[in-house]
Design a protein around this ligand. Sequence first.
Ligand SMILES: *Cc1c(COP(=O)(O)O)cnc(C)c1O
Length: 458
Amino acid sequence: MDGLRLLPSVDLFLKSDPGKELIARHGRQMVAEALRTRLDQARAAIRQGADPQRITEALAADLADDLAAGAQSNLRPLLNLTGTVLHTNLGRAILAEEAIRAAQAAMASALALEFDLGGGARGQRDDHLRGLLCDLTGAEDATVVNNNAAAVLIALNTFANGRDAVVSRGELIEIGGAFRMPDIMARAGAKLVEIGTTNRTHPRDYENAITADTGLLMKVHTSNYRIEGFTAEVPAADLAKIAARAAVPLLNDLGSGSLVDLAHFGLRREPTVAEAVAEGADLITFSGDKLLGGPQAGFIIGRRDLIEAINRNPLKRALRLDKIRIAALEATLRLYRDPDRLTERLPTLRHLSRKRPEIMEQAQRLTPKVAALLSPLGFTTRAADCESQVGSGALPTDTLPSAGLHLTGEGGDAPDRISARLRALPCPVVGHIADGALILDLRCLDRDGDLLDALAAL
Ligand SMILES: *Cc1c(COP(=O)(O)O)cnc(C)c1O
């Protein structure tokens, strides 16, 4: 077919100006591969009767699009307008500027990670966090691992490997997918001893379960659900006394674990980590990237002899943190020493504490500008109330009064269509679908311009 002769050869195209430009941006190998694929498609299309002239003229632009699409990372920044502040699938907490700077410096340079600058001797990487954690919580000692799941795993393995771990049936939680307390216990080598019933567990249930084989008593904060009605659980303070009398450690898995009283930020009061320490648990575990607002990490704080035993467990080496996260955690924890400026500096608390009137004002400000971009595509924009969630299993039954943009259009699939368009943007915009609309909750939108810039690419 003559039409096929219009298409350039690979060599010729790579030597052309558009070819050289693409090579400068993407590299010769990538351009050559994408070009071969494009040329195969073009030949097939021409054989099917497509216009060879048009295809040849569009080749450089089409190739540029292919390469640009291939160069886009799925990990590129996006706007979380889902209304879930700590969205596990969207990476949970956004770090404070201070933490970002510390992480960046740690990435770019050598640092005294396990090196005592004073004496020049070997140090421990947890030293950078231990003092801060003890100050902020009142605990005697602290250690840190990859995440809270790892914290629970290593604590169980250290004290209940081949022994009994006693837990209430009301607290045998599953936290999404593969983290189920009974499974973690099994992997830690612990024998699960379930006590009480789903809705009621009493002090005598624990007392009767304690034997010479008991490795530890465990309390799990039922962070992602709530049992209501005819219920009874043993408060941590009472459980601590039972554990002390039997001389077995009490492990309290707090899950989210807040370092500050959330009531100051207009949220429901959750027990703070310091309160859990004061109640007398021997060991307490909590996450770095939930309410605390830092990078992924798991903290274990409590009695010095027990923390030392955990640090001697060979699993510690497998679960330890790298310098980047230690630097970011240290900077995040330092912010807590100045509680007055915490909401300004820590994005998680800033987002959680925003009030509906302020967010509604933002929604009304944005409505005409967003409508101007979306109405040519056939979608209607209006400002409306919505409800946000904390996320990551924290305060599961509470919603936060919020506001956002309701996007609607013709046909039942309109919310899905606009949702797909916004997800495909160079800076994706992720909302949630409810009541026949795509809702963009503006609670986590720090700057109006971020949304307008993202939508400008539509
Ligand atoms: C979230 C949670 C975990 C797991 O924490 P990660 O930091 O996600 O590993 C464990 N226990 C409880 C009670 C939790 O809420």
